[in-house]
Design a protein around this ligand. Sequence first.
Ligand SMILES: Cc1ncc(COP(=O)(O)O)c(C=O)c1O
Length: 401
Amino acid sequence: MTVQNCIGEQNWRQRFGEAMMGSLAAPLAMLVRGQGAYVWDVDGKRYLDFLAGIAVNALGHAHPVLVDAVSSQVATLAHVSNYFASPPQLELAERLRRITGAGDRGRVFFCNSGAEGIEAAIKLARLNRGDGSRTRILSLVNSFHGRTMGSLSLTGKPALREPFEPLLPGVEHIDSTIEALEAAIDDTVAAIFIEPIKGEAGVVDLPEGFLERARELTARHGALLILDEIQTGVGRTGTWFAFQQSDIQPDALVLAKGIAGGVPIGALVTFGWASDLFKPGQHGSTFGGNPLATAAGNAVLGEIERAGLIGNAATIGSALRGIVADIDSPLVTEIRGQGALVGIGLSEPVANEIVAKAMELGLIVNAPNDYSIRIAPPLIIGDAELDEFRELFAKALEAVS
Ligand SMILES: Cc1ncc(COP(=O)(O)O)c(C=O)c1O
């Protein structure tokens, strides 16, 4: 019996509602298969996937390099616990030190998701105590850092935080302005967490000079500058990491999503003196950095490098911006983001209607909020997929306006 004929449309929706925790919104479709930039649902309908699992499937779906790496690693050594090292783990740590620019002073901690990477970074911030008075952690209004209790404490969206309060003490959310940075950073700040582009807020860029000023002030006051590049990292913005478009270096970088192309993994990478804060026994994870996930990471990052996909992300990004501008819809007020992470600002709160119409036409895009569309395609796409996107997205916009 195939998946198709054992799960009918009505049946899976009902079963999902009965079996899955009510914390999840109703799914848009039941997907059963993917290939390149396309996925197929349970009824055999094909979609052009311009969300890529929220900036995760950098190589698209079922890429042979990833398939081979995971298949051969699982047949060799899948898991060993953190009592042991493994060659793929070491290789990925060294690779991350190289591509982040952390170099010889860099250190890498592996975990299994973005939120877990943020948790590790929060513990790093707590270790930056100074004389004991560094108790404050800063984060930005409207930011998103995850949904575990620590990462949720940093997330700057009150509606997500409030049902779970009290959260971590000492966390303050400041506006994304240079004035707010200057007013907040002093010797009592242990760390500030910043997304170079706020993905979940609708792909919102930081003001000009913000990162540079944050770097200056944190360096002056001994606070850690921790960048959350969970969504912007791994080539998506046209450089390996978005911060590399400025001339600053953070003290720590949190990564996840795109590293292993869909195999769960997260990482905290420290730079310079921040690499000396953790001591043996202070943090760990059973699965973190296991041979299976790190072999997948090596395969994905290796292929991104080999196939020039970082340059392609920049090319895709400017093509997408051109396409959206050319559609010239009255609904589109703004095009945001960098490279292949594109945010489209809308004049009306119709983002979910656009997503639904696009799905009907066979295109996956996303609505992080009512006024924004997010586009984050696999980095492997070319002209054929961009042409198809142009046609389907124009139709979706037209149908809604
Ligand atoms: C910027 C950012 N930080 C943290 C997270 C949390 O990552 P995860 O869902 O893997 O826990 C996300 C997820 O969307 C994210 O975009």
